[in-house]
Design a binder for this molecule. Sequence first.
Ligand code: ADQ
Length: 469
Amino acid sequence: MSDDRPLIVVANRLPVSRGPAGWQASAGGLVTALRPVMSEVGGAWIGWDDDADEVPRRVDGLGCDLHAVKLTPTQVQGYYHGFSNRTLWPLFHDLIEQPVIDRGWWTSYQEANRAFAEAVAAVIKQVPGQPVLWVQDYHLLLLPQMLRELAPDAPIGFFLHIPFPPPELVARLPWRDHLMSGLLGADSVGFHTSRFRDNFVRSVQRVFNGVTALGDVLVLPSGRQVRAVAHPISIDVDEFSALATSEGTERELAALREQFAGRKVFLGVDRLDYTKGIRHRLQSIELLLERNADLRREVAFVQVAVPSRDDVKEYRELRTEVETEVGRINGRFTEPGHDVPVHYLYRAISREKLAAYYRLADVMCVTPLKDGMNLVAKEFVTVQAAADEAGVLLLSEFCGTSVEFGDDAVRCNPFDVEGLSYLMESTLTLDEDDRRARIRRLAEVVREADVYRWVSDELDAIRRGAERP
Ligand code: ADQ
């Protein structure tokens, strides 16, 4: 199959946002990585937007057309806030919160996936030749099968950005057969790790009889073949390496170094999500400071939390709990005339400020309870290595990144709050040359499998999967 077919990406959201200066491309690895491919073969991005009627067809720096999907407020409530974020998200993250099962949400989820399929059908008519269709993430699990019915010969791929849970958890969903059939409409279904891939294969075999797995290929009872592959997502390494020592980053860093002079800095950067382990991390900090009175003036803990899904009850409760915990720790351990031990920023920050924090950090705490990949860890080691820093990465064993990083990260179990507090303490005594060498090796791992490699592996798998005899 030739490689110059146009590419249609379908995702919940469009990669644009409206700011004071008008519509602009969002920053993000996927958008950056697709730009060269899209510019070469042409293509389109289909996603839902609240202002569907106002989204422009083209925005500078994207290299593709934009097509907005319109959904009613009831569909948005049921499909997005409900089924995607309160049913699938907690279930796929190993029940860290209890998933809500609601038949009304399921109806909206089906309707919304159908609305996306209709949008794809309209766009296919406008692009020349047979496009490659690439569906992203858990909001659109039903879409591959819907597209297969609309365009039986189109190469169709799907990539899941979150974990795929063990079959016993998938089996709890009343609509598991529909969801699995939805995915099996694709030629290739991609996951971050081979464990998630294996969970998917076992789920398919549990739900349907007569499915054979031969290496990467699932053979369905109809004889159709579907590839199930593991491709870890990554970042644009050159972009983050350049950002590490840019003028803006150096300026931000100088200010931060002055602010935190004489103190070791522990850093957390996360969307404010219950999967990210922020509450457990704060409890570990509290234990650390409780045990070590001398550290109360010598360490600072900075938590940057991006507001996320604040129209969902569990997220509003999480915010209250995190802010209560921060207040409690600072109330307990701040000494008169001295700075607070925990600095909490509830906002998105600029790329330069983010890179400056990554450089400042003596210990980067990436301690999710469950995470598909975790790009913050990859950004941190890339920025540190580019600026020849010698920080430590404290990394949860429950994120996709830890599969690639091995022992050069300090691996932790974030559920073991006390153990984590001792690990935090031990990172303060690691030898500087050892730390620098580890960061370099970790950055090399990221460079060898950057986001461009991820895009090319995914597109190759879709094309190979669609090569029918
Ligand atoms: P997320 O859960 O959003 O992504 P992650 O992979 O860490 O998690 O990506 C977060 C991104 O947001 C990073 O690029 C980071 O730089 C940025 N960010 C975080 N805090 C920020 C802040 N305060 N200001 C500005 N930017 C901030 C989902 C899955 C992950 C998977 C990705 C990609 O949950 O497991 O790695 O998709 O597939």
